[in-house]
Design a protein around this ligand. Structure first.
Ligand SMILES: Nc1ncnc2c1ncn2[C@@H]1O[C@H](COP(=O)(O)OP(=O)(O)O)[C@@H](O)[C@H]1O
Ligand SMILES: [Mg+2]
Length: 250
């Protein structure tokens, strides 16, 4: 079966030729299979956000290719990229990135509104995803009046309302308290298991990573190794992960 995402030897060098340059990614390759929940873990500065920005088409690699559903996104023109992103990719960030002057409902609907889809078609889609994320009760509130955990659920609903091929998340629990973080991770794991939403999450936090099926470790711009959850429970996987970090961290 074709992977949802195929990443081949991507490199990223910041800075123009002749100026001070920094190679943030040094040849990263991996695949994400349909229905997988993959975490990418690494210390601050290891290249996680650089990688995610490239995978989400917000930035381009210096070399290498990224295929999503067999389409090489690094070859798309700017307007094609925006269109592709709008259809195939959902993302959530640490900082929610909700629009303050729109209600939760309007925020969630935004990706569809921007594509010119009619309100009549949007409403049931918003209801469907809001039910799954348990935020029906706050849909008519503005971001200022809801909690951080609720904001991230609204952001997740916005990321998923158009049923993307893959959900990309950059430190999605980074701004949440531990209870809200746990609830969000449980919801993401449930959406992955029940709805087969494919997730790629980058994080420096082992607890968050323990919700994934597989964890790729990135160090100094390269994937160093991976660990796979297999049949063990999340708790055991978390312990294995802590042990792995204990022996490989510097
Ligand atoms: N726009 C940029 N220009 C120059 N260097 C950058 C830029 N963005 C990130 N870097 C550098 O690339 C490295 C990886 O950064 P980043 O991908 O943000 O790491 P992480 O998300 O793992 O903390 C860091 O050394 C960072 O300073
Ligand atoms: Mg980062």
């Amino acid at each position: 079966m074709n992977p949802v995402m195929n990443v081949e030897e991507i490199t990223k060098t910041y800075g123009k030729k002749g100026e001070k340059q920094y190679q943030a990614l040094k040849g990263v390759s991996f695949q994400v299979q349909r229905g997988e929940f993959v975490a990418v873990m690494g210390a601050s500065g290891s290249g996680k956000s650089t990688l995610l920005n490239i995978l989400s088409t917000l930035d381009r690699p210096t070399s290498g290719r990224v295929e999503i559903n067999r389409k090489d996104i690094t070859q798309l023109r700017k307007n094609q990229m925006a269109d592709f992103r709008g259809r195939e990719i959902g993302f959530i960030f640490q900082e929610f990135n909700l629009l303050d002057n729109l209600t939760a409902r309007e925020n969630i609907a935004l990706p569809l509104t921007l594509r010119g889809i009619s309100a009549k078609r949007i409403d049931p889609l918003v209801t469907q995803i809001a039910t799954k994320l348990d935020i029906m009760g706050i849909l008519d509130q503005y971001p200022v009046s809801i909690s951080g955990g609720q904001k991230q659920r609204v952001a997740a609903a916005r990321a998923l309302v158009h049923e993307p091929s893959i959900l990309l998340a950059d430190e999605p629990t980074g701004a949440l308290d531990s209870n809200s973080a746990r609830e969000l991770l449980q919801t993401m794991a449930k959406l992955n298991q029940d709805e087969h939403v494919c997730v790629l999450m980058v994080t420096h936090d082992p607890f968050s990573a323990s919700y994934a099926d597989r964890i790729l470790f990135i160090k100094d711009g390269k994937i160093s190794h991976q660990i796979v959850k297999g049949n063990q429970t999340r708790r055991f996987f978390y312990r294995e992960l802590l042990d792995a970090l204990g022996t490989t961290s510097d």
